[in-house]
Design a protein around this ligand. Structure first.
Ligand SMILES: Nc1ncnc2c1ncn2[C@@H]1O[C@H](COP(=O)(O)OP(=O)(O)OP(=O)(O)O)[C@@H](O)[C@H]1O
Length: 361
């Protein structure tokens, strides 16, 4: 299912006709993880609301597989899309379990009771989101972060094809942030599309294959995350000098963004622009160690996507140790190799590293 925005423009009625969102164009395909970033008040939540039709584009449209979202019957639309708003307030009367079950309501009719299968998925998702112990507590009696997890669980039980989340990791502790990021990665590995607003450029760089960066002036950039989230563009959009570095962990190399200082407004006059990805080719061996046999299909899928760059491959199971080692030699632009390493690194039970040849081609 492809979600697109075509020439979307929007302004609030009281904003003296100044467009908040101007000529927005982008699309999200199955398996895409799109991060939307921008300073406070830039229009990220407004953009999500316009995408889903809660706010009407002044001109332009959102489409689902080419059909204008406004022409799609509500039931059909919400069978495919789930939305998690920021957890500001909620209907107090519901317990956590009832709230999560509400997310399943498009699967049973208003007059019937949920089926065994519906309850099973509700309990499974609650377990995965560590919510089981709160099942019978009222939503008004849990913390803001706990409520956020409940709302995400409510969206997940609807088994959407497209999941849209407004700042899902804000308000959450490290463990729950990782749980949400891992959940989004898992869903996109299954071919579901996720769109999330975030104030964490690091999360975008580590997880999202696409990024949409919106500035206060209404300007935006959309494209590959590594092209969009650059030191220059962070400075231009947020007015903050930042460095993007890499941290080596036992199983992966992760990008990190560290804000350094506020830039004087007069220093920022350039427009957002895509950083050209280096197309310089490198030869590298990507070494993969896996301890699960059920992950091999996912590894093969990722390698298959990069087939044209692969010049050699060796794999060996070490059954007595319960692991397999795969060495893949690639001749590819560095960003292709880095993207592959990062996607492999997020599969559970996989350790991966690239070793680059010193020889220039
Ligand atoms: N209902 C409304 N009526 C008029 N103006 C609004 C309305 N909702 C939001 N705005 C204005 O539109 C602009 C964009 O708001 P929005 O909430 O979309 O920003 P945001 O990028 O999501 O911000 P944040 O990062 O702080 O959540 C802001 O200037 C805000 O004051």
């Amino acid at each position: 299912m492809i979600l697109s925005v075509e020439n979307g423009c929007f302004s609030y009625k009281n904003s003296k006709d100044k467009l908040l969102l101007e000529d927005i164009n982008f699309s999200v395909e199955p398996g895409d993880l799109l991060a939307i970033l921008g300073p406070n008040g830039a229009g990220k939540t407004t953009l999500l609301r316009c995408i889903m039709g809660f706010l009407k584009w002044s001109s332009g449209k959102s489409t689902l597989d080419g059909e204008n979202i406004r022409n799609i019957p509500n039931k059909k639309l919400w069978n495919n899309i789930a939305y998690v708003p920021q957890a500001k307030s909620t209907v107090a009367a519901y317990t956590v379990e009832e709230m999560v079950l509400l997310g399943r309501s498009s699967h049973f009719s208003m007059l019937s009771l949920p089926k065994e299968e519906d309850l099973e998925i509700v309990h499974k998702v609650m377990e995965e989101m560590n919510l089981t112990r709160y099942a019978h507590k009222k939503c008004s009696q849990i913390s803001g972060g706990e409520l956020q997890m409940v709302l995400i669980a409510k969206a997940l039980v609807s088994e959407p094809k497209i999941l849209i989340l407004d700042e899902p990791e804000s308000n959450l502790d490290f463990k729950n942030q990782l749980l949400i990021l891992d959940t989004m990665t898992k869903l996109t590995n299954k071919g579901i599309s996720c769109i999330f607003n975030t104030h964490y450029p690091t999360h975008a760089l580590q997880r999202a294959n696409k990024a949409f960066l919106l500035s206060k002036s209404g300007e935006y950039l959309f494209g590959e995350t590594r092209e969009v989230i650059t030191e220059k563009n962070i400075e231009k959009a947020f007015g903050v000098k930042a460095v993007i570095g890499e941290i080596e962990t036992p199983s992966n190399i992760l990008k990190d963004v560290i804000p350094l200082e506020i830039t004087q407004t007069s220093d920022i006059n350039a427009l957002l622009s895509k950083d050209e990805l280096s197309t310089e080719r490198k030869v590298a061996v990507v070494s993969i160690i896996t301890d699960h046999s059920d992950v091999s299909e996912k590894i093969n899928k990722l390698l298959g996507k990069n087939k044209k760059y692969i010049i050699g491959r060796m794999g060996m199971p070490y059954e007595d140790r319960g692991i397999s080692i795969i060495n893949v030699t690639l001749d590819a632009p560095e960003y292709v190799i880095q993207t592959l390493v990062s996607q492999l690194g997020f599969l559970s039970g996989v350790s991966v590293k690239a070793i680059y040849s010193q020889v220039k081609f």
